[in-house]
Design a protein around this ligand. Structure first.
Ligand SMILES: [Zn+2]
Length: 306
């Protein structure tokens, strides 16, 4: 049943009611002054006759409109909401449209929720335990929720591991650590943690800055985790470092994951002096070997990757 025809039918009923009302109004008023003196009764009866034939016409329209409607298959189940129609207070009668609106809204939320679940369950790079089986949940060690002291000690161990890699820890965002790494005179990086899990890596050149512009008197400069390096080579290293971060990620052995990543990352200290393991050249397409093998740490050009 289309709403259009329902609307037409309701309109026709309204017109009918109005013309019937007009008949009774005229009848109640009786013979008026504008009927004149001569044959005023005849004029009055003629007027009534005209009005009644109009009512007849309107009634036909209503019947036509109603015939084009299809009756609903069964009674609507409105639950408690059907009691709303018995509400006598004027300002509460408006509740029903609002209720319908919120039902529609909830339906939509439900639909979108289902779509989102279907999409997210395909994501293989899952980094949390939310959907794992009960068997694995027993051995769960949360790598997100680690006391800052534990994180600090892991980082201090890593800092001692390499002479030419310097690590500075800060916590600009609540308890989560952000590492500022300087690797020789080659590059700088920021590594953002969530607990003991690496969340974000950004690599820039040795001469580039990680803080936003300083305010008056050199204060107010904030750590900038988002602006990319202006050099193509470090943008490529950033991309590869994020891939490595995901590769080494291990929720059960978070310390090992961080240490493996740092060892891998340290191998970039020879970024500009290494030759590619495959083609033997320093440069390829104007770039040094920006890829390091996860296991052997051997350098490769982007296009020479095994
Ligand atoms: Zn190569």
């Amino acid at each position: 049943m289309s709403l259009e025809s329902l609307h037409t039918a309701l309109n026709a009923i309204q017109v009918l009611r109005s013309s019937v009302g007009h008949v009774f109004e005229t009848l109640a008023n009786g013979i008026r002054a504008d009927h004149g003196e001569d044959g005023k009764e005849t004029k009055f009866v003629l007027e009534l006759h005209e009005l009644l034939s109009k009512v007849n016409g309107n009634l036909r329209e209503v019947e036509q409109a109603v015939n084009s409607l299809t009756p609903p298959p069964g009674p609507f189940n409105l639950g408690n909401t059907s009691c709303l129609s018995q509400e006598t207070t004027q300002d509460r009668q408006a509740l029903y449209p609002q209720l319908v609106e919120s039902y529609k809204w909830t339906d939509k939320v439900h639909e979108y929720g289902n779509l989102a679940v279907a999409l997210l369950s395909q994501n293989s790079l899952k980094r949390s335990y939310i959907n794992t089986s009960a068997k694995r949940r027993r051995t769960q060690t949360s790598s997100h929720n680690v006391p800052p002291q534990a994180v600090d000690s892991v980082i201090a161990t890593i800092d001692r591991l390499f002479n030419d890699m310097h690590v500075k820890v800060s916590r600009p965002f609540a308890t989560n650590a952000v590492l500022q790494i300087t690797l020789g005179r080659i590059l700088k990086a920021v590594v953002a943690f969530k607990g003991l899990m690496i969340e974000w890596v950004l690599v820039k050149g040795h001469n580039e800055e990680f803080s936003t512009e300083l305010g008056v008197g050199g204060v107010g400069g904030q750590l900038d985790l988002w602006s990319e390096s202006r050099y193509c080579v470090f943008r490529k290293v950033t991309e590869n470092a994020n891939a490595a971060m995901l590769h080494f990620y291990s929720p059960t052995l978070p310390e090992l994951a961080v240490r493996s990543f740092m060892t891998w990352f340290h191998s970039f200290n020879t970024l500009f002096s290494d030759t590619c393991k495959r083609c033997g050249n320093h440069l390829h397409s104007g770039l040094p070997p920006t890829w390091r093998d996860f296991r052997t740490l051997e350098p490769f050009h982007e296009d020479c990757k095994p």
